[in-house]
Design a protein around this ligand. Structure first.
Ligand code: FAD
Length: 472
């Protein structure tokens, strides 16, 4: 149970009773409520199956008005709420800690409007990211965000975590791409910031309060998002380097030689590939190297892009920045290569217990932390491996051990987060703080920053009903 991890005590919230359930039944259609123990299971357990809450009720509103009435009732009756999208978050934000009511956006899942000229899509928060990709495909457009969990995560969850993913390097983060949103405050008030304009400097930029606030300040119900033209040509290079320093040189060369057509720059170490071939049917298409790079380009002229990427590859080979590689424009080969990178997280559970961290570091220290953690942990860990969004300075460092214990967790985290802080990094690059990283937030935020966050929380949610025990 999540509460046992950090010895958290239940807050002074009301325990759900039959009268509350009766109210929700009058408000929602019958199948919008989930009370059956077996059916509740998938909402009470997180994606990595590391955490379990014990919520007795899931509510699935179909309209913003229903959402508003749910929150207003919960606020008036001091019932704690855990907002949930696709439940793919990896730091415990979407899992109830005790018996919070889970308010799921899964049935707020309609596309409302697409402006084909501006590329602005307006949709409800529960739309699954992959469904939006597929929808836009017919209009030769694409979402500005892509990540391994796309088949389950929802755009509302993406917005609330300010999710990054593999194309952030090219299209920027969601603070830039979300043009407008609608959200419901803890007291049920609907905040309509549904702008579809690129430019609007009228007053405070309220939408940003909700982007990345992990369900602690309100529930996002609708977004307007800037989508981009689907590229006519996509090329991929999978490169093997002798060490990280050489890989960094190859990355710098990519910026110089490929410039405007780069759409993703990812890195994986040898241990990651070994993990993948031990646990899945995938393997490196170029043999064994200490470090691998994935460089993707997206553009509008296949011949031009292919020529550029081939010349870049040759230059890296000539300068010995890389030792081997493959360049492809074949969708099936590209899919295989992306599979190596994107399917790592879904296979974690096969390697004992995996502690998964998501940090940002200055590029010169980016990979040192993996080597350092290996030395620090010695026999205590089964495997330490690193992969991530190199283009954004974002490393996923994974540590597998035979069995979970709070002792080993504390031993890892106290050292890792101290080092990340000393190196001017971030303890959470893209996954958020949620429940699992809350105790480390004061390590990286000043007292003044923490106080401002607490004040904001008090203004938006004075009774503290939204995602208690999380973030702040
Ligand atoms: P959930 O997990 O349901 O919720 C996440 C948080 O947001 C919780 O705090 C929840 O309370 C809150 N929340 C959810 N919906 C709403 C809403 N409508 N309003 C208010 N609060 C809400 N993340 C990245 O950034 N980049 C990656 O590359 C990436 N890759 C991943 C790959 C895999 C295989 C997996 C399992 C996860 C990955 N993640 C990644 C993490 C996760 O997918 C993202 O954080 C995603 O944005 C979460 O969306 P979700 O709908 O699943 O939200």
């Amino acid at each position: 149970f999540a509460k046992d991890y950090l010895q958290v005590k239940r807050g002074p919230y009301k325990t759900l009773d039959e009268q509350d359930v009766r109210f929700f039944r009058t408000l929602l259609e019958e199948n919008s409520l989930i009370e059956d123990r077996c059916d509740l299971e998938k909402y009470n357990v997180d994606f990595l199956k590391h955490l379990r809450g014990c919520s007795p009720l899931v509510l699935r509103p179909r309209t913003v008005e229903q959402m508003s009435k749910i929150l207003s009732y919960c606020n008036n009756n001091l019932l704690a709420v855990c907002p949930q999208g696709g439940n793919t978050g990896v730091c415990g934000g979407a899992t109830p800690v005790f018996d919070e009511i889970i308010v799921s956006t899964e049935w707020l899942n309609s596309v409302i409007h697409l402006d084909e000229t501006s590329g602005v899509l307006v949709c409800e928060a529960g739309c699954v990211l992959e469904n939006l990709h597929n929808y836009l495909n017919d209009y030769d457009l694409m979402m500005p965000i892509d990540l391994g969990a796309k088949g389950s995560c929802q755009i509302g969850g993406n917005t609330s975590t300010n999710a990054g993913g593999i194309r952030l390097y090219r299209y920027g983060n969601l603070h830039g791409n979300i043009l407008g949103l609608e959200a419901v405050k803890a007291d049920g008030e609907i905040i309509d910031c549904m702008n579809t304009l690129k430019k609007d400097n009228t007053g405070f930029h309220l939408k940003h309060i909700f982007i990345g606030s992990e369900g602690c300040l309100g529930i996002v119900t609708k977004v307007a998002i800037q989508c981009h033209p689907k590229p006519k040509s996509i090329q991929l290079a999978f490169l093997g380097a002798q060490n990280f320093t050489k890989a960094l040189k190859a990355f710098k060369t990519a910026k110089q030689e490929l410039g405007e057509i780069i759409s993703a720059v990812e890195v994986m170490d040898h241990e990651t590939i070994k993990f993948m071939w031990e646990h899945t049917d995938t393997t490196s298409p170029i043999g064994d190297y200490p470090i691998y790079l994935i460089i993707e380009t997206s553009g509008s002229n296949e011949e031009h892009d292919q020529d550029k990427l081939n010349k870049y590859f040759q230059k890296c080979m000539d300068k010995h920045f890389v030792l081997n590689g493959v360049v492809t424009s074949s969708p099936s080969k590209s899919e295989q290569i992306w599979g190596l990178r994107e399917r790592v997280a879904e296979n974690f559970y096969k390697d004992g217990y995996v502690f998964a961290y998501d940090i940002s570091l200055p590029l010169e220290n980016y990979y040192d932390i993996v080597t350092e953690m290996k030395e620090y942990l010695g026999e205590k860990s089964h495997r330490v491996f690193g992969f991530g969004h190199l283009g954004d300075g974002n490393l996923h460092i994974q540590i597998s051990v035979q069995k979970f214990s709070t002792d080993i967790m504390n031993y890892i985290e106290q050292h890792l987060y101290k080092r990340v802080n000393e190196l001017n990094g971030s303890i959470s690059a893209e996954h958020g703080i949620g429940f699992l990283k809350k105790q480390y937030l004061p390590l990286v935020k000043s007292e003044a920053n923490m106080n401002l966050m607490r004040s904001l929380k008090r203004v938006m949610d004075p009774n503290g009903i939204l995602n208690p025990y999380k973030v702040v």
